[in-house]
Design a protein around this ligand. Structure first.
Ligand SMILES: Nc1ncnc2c1ncn2[C@@H]1O[C@H](COP(=O)(O)OP(=O)(O)OP(=O)(O)O)[C@@H](O)[C@H]1O
Ligand SMILES: [Mg+2]
Length: 249
């Protein structure tokens, strides 16, 4: 299958600290790839480097054949990479509907919806996204009154409004209830039918239910990659990560 994203020998230093230290990755079309690893392994920094929030010290990021290394966050989003942050950032004083509308308008023209009642294509897209993220019955609710899980889904919806083909989700189920995690698993399994997705996650139980491929990072490098069962059997992974997780449990 076609390659969506290729990361070549990526490096990022903050002062003397080599946080990403020669990391390479290939992401295939319509796969859901989980990026796991211990705290401080460099997972969020990798997402920051793909999405343009941070610039790499060296190495390259190729998206659908184009070198996007060092482009602005805005330009990378425009090319079809959507990113959801670890902490949701929705407009609390606006309704769910208005939040989704604003997210769509950003793709066409900033805050165009403030001056026009209808933005072409918005209503159809909004309807579809509201169903995809399970908020169809919550459109008139003020975003500030949503539960934590619903807020995360709204933010996923806001990313989807921009119609990205590659989705980057950093710990999307952090702080969710078991019930909300269950719904998110269903949502991701639907979304991966027509999106390529990278999910950063700690919880291996969650990873097991969504991942096509699991990539393990350790100290800014690729430690192992494969199916969830390959990863769980891998001795090095058990040593640096799974073993440590069991000790904490
Ligand atoms: N802006 C920054 N300046 C200095 N150091 C940073 C910066 N951002 C990240 N780091 C360091 O880089 C390392 C990797 O951080 P990163 O946030 O990418 O890890 P992570 O794998 O996402 O961890 P977690 O599982 O805790 O979210 C950490 O040691 C962190 O302290
Ligand atoms: Mg992180």
């Amino acid at each position: 299958m076609a390659g969506v994203l290729e990361i070549h020998d990526l490096r990022k230093s903050f002062d003397a600290a080599k946080v990403i230290n020669g990391f390479s990755l290939d992401v295939t079309e319509l796969t859901l790839q989980c990026l796991v690893g211990p705290n401080g392994a460099g997972k969020t920094t990798t997402i920051d480097l793909i999405s343009g929030r941070q610039k790499p010290t060296s190495g390259s990021v190729i998206f659908r054949g184009d070198d996007i290394t060092g482009l602005s966050e805005h330009e990378i989003a425009r090319r079809g990479i959507g990113r959801k942050f670890q902490v949701p950032a929705v407009f609390r004083e606006l309704t769910v509907h208005q939040n989704l509308e604003v997210a769509y308008s950003r793709e066409t023209r900033v805050f165009r919806n403030m001056f026009h009642f209808t933005v072409p294509g918005c209503a159809e897209r909004l309807e579809q996204v509201a169903v995809e993220v399970g908020l169809k019955d919550r459109l008139s609710v003020m975003a500030g009154t949503l539960s934590h899980g619903e807020t995360q889904w709204l933010e996923i919806g806001m990313v989807l409004m921009q119609n990205p083909s590659l989705l980057l989700f950093d710990e999307p189920v952090a702080g969710m209830t078991e019930h909300e995690i269950g719904k998110t698993i269903e949502m991701l399994n639907e979304l991966k039918k027509n999106h390529t997705i990278i999910v950063v996650e700690h919880d291996m139980g969650f990873v097991r239910q969504i991942a096509d491929i699991v990539t393990v990072m350790h100290m800014g490098q690729l430690l192992a990659q494969g199916s969830i069962s390959d990863i769980e059997k891998d001795e090095r992974v058990r040593e640096v990560y799974l073993g440590a997780e069991e000790e904490h449990a």
